[in-house]
Design a protein around this ligand. Sequence first.
Ligand code: PAF
Length: 286
Amino acid sequence: MIVFHKIVELQNALFDDRKAGKTVGLVPTMGALHGGHASLVRKSVEDNDITVVSVFVNPTQFNDPKDLKTYPRTIEKDCKLLEEINADYVFAPSVEEMYPVPDNRHFEYPPVSTVMEGAHRPGHFNGVCQVVSRLFYIVRPDRAYFGEKDWQQIAVIKAMVKALSLNVTIVECPIVRDADGLARSSRNALLSEQERAIAPNIFKALSSSVEYSKSHNVKETHDYVVDTINAVDGLDVEYFEIVDGDTLLPVADWADSDYVVGCITVYCGSKPVRLIDHIKYKEPKL
Ligand code: PAF
């Protein structure tokens, strides 16, 4: 495994790989890697000749400077894991390398980029699109791998790929959970022992709401989830929206769509740590 800090050096290596007819998979990350990231890397290694993993805490997608400062950074541990799971290249640039001049491009794909996370974290998806599009231009991957935990992020990235006519296949990989149901996230590392103990109540409420939804309407199901989670001392729901899986717009009635997803953001503890998750009430028919 080779670790690159400079764009030109990574591009030279990839130029030779391409000349040799090799396919390239990209797994964009912000580091603090966990089992969810490992599943993306394993899938890319399976699908491609070369797997590039980018490790870059992207400042332009943080709308809260405190959040950027406290975001966990564990590059040595990350590289050890990536070596073990057979990643070929790690790309870990500095902020100056990624943004030699400020990125003034503006990405907006309403409604998918403007609802939910888009509304609660202004500028977040713009920053995600800035960095992901740069990574796509630098690496020119055949495939790029994203985790379903950030479900709305995948919808935004797909909208960007379509709008910019980028020649990359977006591969969506299933969410990875701990045994107690908590979705794996780099932010879990910020939870105290006590916060970690209450966090699984988020997925517990989401899971039980699937059964509940069979005999209750959308509004009742919404309130059931919010009330169940807010009843746990230390958990505070920021938003829970039950939306159409394609448009990401709220549904009023279960019959309104064949693909219905509940998306939630919860503050956990006193710092607090912001956790996101989702549940599918209706899956799209293949
Ligand atoms: O999902 C993430 O970790 C980040 O948003 C991404 C896609 C690596 C862009 O910085």
